[in-house]
Design a protein around this ligand. Structure first.
Ligand SMILES: C[S@@+](CC[C@H](N)C(=O)[O-])C[C@H]1O[C@@H](n2cnc3c(N)ncnc32)[C@H](O)[C@@H]1O
Length: 253
């Protein structure tokens, strides 16, 4: 029966790849790569570089497909994502059926870790639930951008015995969660500007784990403008940006 590995490859540094991932990479016959619209050449290249660096037998192959476009005019955000996942599931199912032999292993290389803001596992579950194709699934954890952020700033994410809230820029802009320590991902709009600058510290990082890494930390009032300026300039220089940050309430409530 076919086997699918979903492999977390870390957040941008090839050294993030774990030994467990190296073993899985070496077991894969076919890597499925999707050209996502939001992926840049740099991100696609890193996946190929990781394979070249860690796989000893070069007989593996890549199957590349164009990611279906998400309908950003859909009735709701949820409806748009739902339709997009259905299309992706159909595409993945066809790729697995046509490109992977009955006894072969397929691999999906997932940025960071598959458990965090990534749809690969949901889509694979969807294919399994349809029941038209038999396969087993193994997930290999990877280093998330959240861990890379904490390591670069040399910080613990939680206060002693405290909770950590992980959210998106979109959600933060819609309203502050009831939390003292908030990790924000997927924020193209600098949503940190919507919170009270005197009440929060920020630990911000872009291109974490890569040679281009930039980190800034301090009282939000003091560094917010600097982060926004740095972010805009870096995105222009590289053509893309990925950034993550921790907002930490200065006086926990
Ligand atoms: C689609 S999510 C994927 C998260 C990924 N699965 C993980 O474990 O980190 C993409 C978001 O992750 C964050 N991210 C991923 N890699 C990053 C990096 N190298 N530096 C900073 N943020 C990163 C950014 O917030 C970006 O918008």
């Amino acid at each position: 029966v076919r086997k699918i590995f979903v492999i977390g490859i870390g957040a941008g540094n090839p050294d993030h790849v774990t030994m467990q991932a190296v073993h899985a990479l070496n077991a894969v016959d076919v890597f499925f790569l999707l050209d996502k619209r939001e992926d840049t050449d740099a991100l696609v290249r890193l996946r190929r570089d990781i394979c070249e660096r860690y796989i000893t037998d070069p007989s593996y192959r890549f199957v590349q497909a164009q990611d279906p476009a998400r309908d950003r005019d859909a009735a709701s955000y949820q409806a748009g994502v739902e339709a997009w996942h259905a299309e992706r599931a159909a595409l993945y199912e066809t790729m697995i059926r046509t490109e992977l032999g009955e006894d072969e292993c397929g691999g999906f290389l997932v940025w960071g870790d598959p458990s965090l803001y990534d749809s690969t596992l949901r889509i694979i579950d969807r294919i399994a639930a349809r029941g038209a194709l038999a396969f087993t699934v193994e997930v290999i954890p990877g280093i998330t951008s959240v861990q890379a952020l904490a390591a670069s700033h040399r910080i613990v994410l939680n206060r002693i015995g405290g909770a950590v809230h992980i959210t998106t820029g979109r959600r933060l802009a819609a309203g502050l969660p009831d939390a003292n320590d908030v990790i924000v991902m997927l924020d193209g709009q600098c949503a940190f500007k919507t919170v009270a600058p005197d009440d929060w510290d920020i630990y911000w990082g872009a291109y974490l784990g890569t040679p281009a890494e930039i980190i800034v930390s301090g009282r939000l009032r003091d560094v917010a403008e600097d982060i926004e300026r740095t972010r805009t300039a870096a995105r222009e220089a590289h053509g893309w940006i990925m950034d993550t940050y921790l907002l930490r309430r200065s006086r926990p409530g």
